[in-house]
Design a protein around this ligand. Structure first.
Ligand SMILES: [Zn+2]
Length: 245
């Protein structure tokens, strides 16, 4: 399986023939029974920039996905002007935003403390972007028992029984189909519901190894960092130059 944009587009075209793409909120809060449905989800662990080609392919095909974003990532800040414009672009294409929550950023992970912190993070995103988020997903999840006890009022989370029990889960984690190739599955053959997690970091114009994807991410990150060092400290550099002269 090569994780190219061309392949991604073909996957979506193939799925669109038999399935309808639905949001987490719709599944949880509507009374309809869902058959031949797909939850298309993106967890943005490292690179917000890489959502751009993926979201464009989807909107070209009239497909809606949910982009789960970190609030406390060491790699991106959704409130910076550059990131904000990417998020607004995703929204403009008709996609939905979710919160990607990371337990490791907090010390107390009791159910009640966790739900309090999650609601606080949701609030920041919703206020800033003036939206209602679709759902919450978890980075490096803990026990399933923990999630069974977690309720977040009007916000679904991806480990709720309604999603776990009624959707077959597939993921491209670490640049491979960790739970099997969706198209070779029994569930796909029977056109049963699918929960498809795609991390844009692993997808590229050309087929490359996962390690090369990470190297490219590092290069882009350093390039931006250097640009910021130059522009944000502009007067400092000018001063330094003047002193030398
Ligand atoms: Zn994650």
């Amino acid at each position: 399986m090569n994780f190219t944009y061309k392949t991604y587009k073909n996957i979506l075209i193939k799925l669109k023939k038999d399935y309808k793409f639905v949001s987490f909120s719709k599944i949880k809060f509507s009374n309809e029974t869902f058959k031949k449905s797909i939850l298309l989800r993106h967890d943005i662990d490292q690179s917000l920039e890489k959502t751009i080609p993926i979201s464009e392919i989807e909107s070209e095909l009239g497909i809606i996905a949910t982009y789960f974003l970190f609030l406390r990532s060491p790699f991106y800040n959704i409130f910076s002007p550059a990131s904000e414009s990417i998020v607004r672009k995703i929204l403009k294409s008709g996609h939905l935003i979710g919160l990607h929550f990371d337990f490791t950023k907090y010390s107390n992970i009791s159910v009640s403390e966790t739900s309090y912190q999650i609601m606080k993070e949701i609030d920041f995103i919703q206020t800033f972007f003036n939206i209602k988020i679709d759902a919450v997903s978890f980075h490096r999840p803990i026990s399933l028992k923990f999630f069974r006890n977690l309720e977040l009022s009007t916000y679904p989370h991806t480990y709720e029984p309604i999603f776990v029990d009624n959707f077959k889960y597939f993921s491209d984690s670490r640049g491979i189909w960790r739970f099997g190739n969706p198209f070779e599955s029994e569930e796909y053959r029977k056109k049963e519901n699918i929960h498809l997690l795609i991390h844009p970091i692993w997808w590229n114009e050309k087929s490359i190894k996962p390690i090369i994807s990470i190297k490219k991410f590092r290069e882009r990150y350093l390039k931006h960092f250097n640009e910021n060092i130059n522009s944000e400290l502009k007067s400092f550099w000018e001063n330094l130059k003047n002193e030398k002269e």
